[in-house]
Design a protein around this ligand. Sequence first.
Ligand SMILES: [Zn+2]
Length: 120
Amino acid sequence: MDGLTARDRSTFNAGIEAARQMALTAAVTLEVRDDARQVRQQAAVAALQGLAAGLHAAFIAPLAETGPMHRVMAAIAADPAGSGAVECLDCKGWLAWARDSSNGHLHAQCETEGCLKLMQ
Ligand SMILES: [Zn+2]
């Protein structure tokens, strides 16, 4: 039964990865269009990139990492906004974050000197 469970999980992960790759591919396709600067196109690109990040945060990353910092990053990834601030897990200060619109990477930095600073 363990073998089947592992295979089921593997199949599920592969499906999620496929959906994520489709979303990312669609975003890139929109970016190379001549009219890509139009606001609606940009919004569509952002939405697709957000979807891809959300899929990863919700279905893939948790299987490998379920620590509190990951949950913060997952919450950030699921936020449709491009930037914001959440409570820092270490010092309870503000952890400011921003999403790189060009590659979807998340950058986060705590307001406290020497505290959390990361990129995902
Ligand atoms: Zn902190």
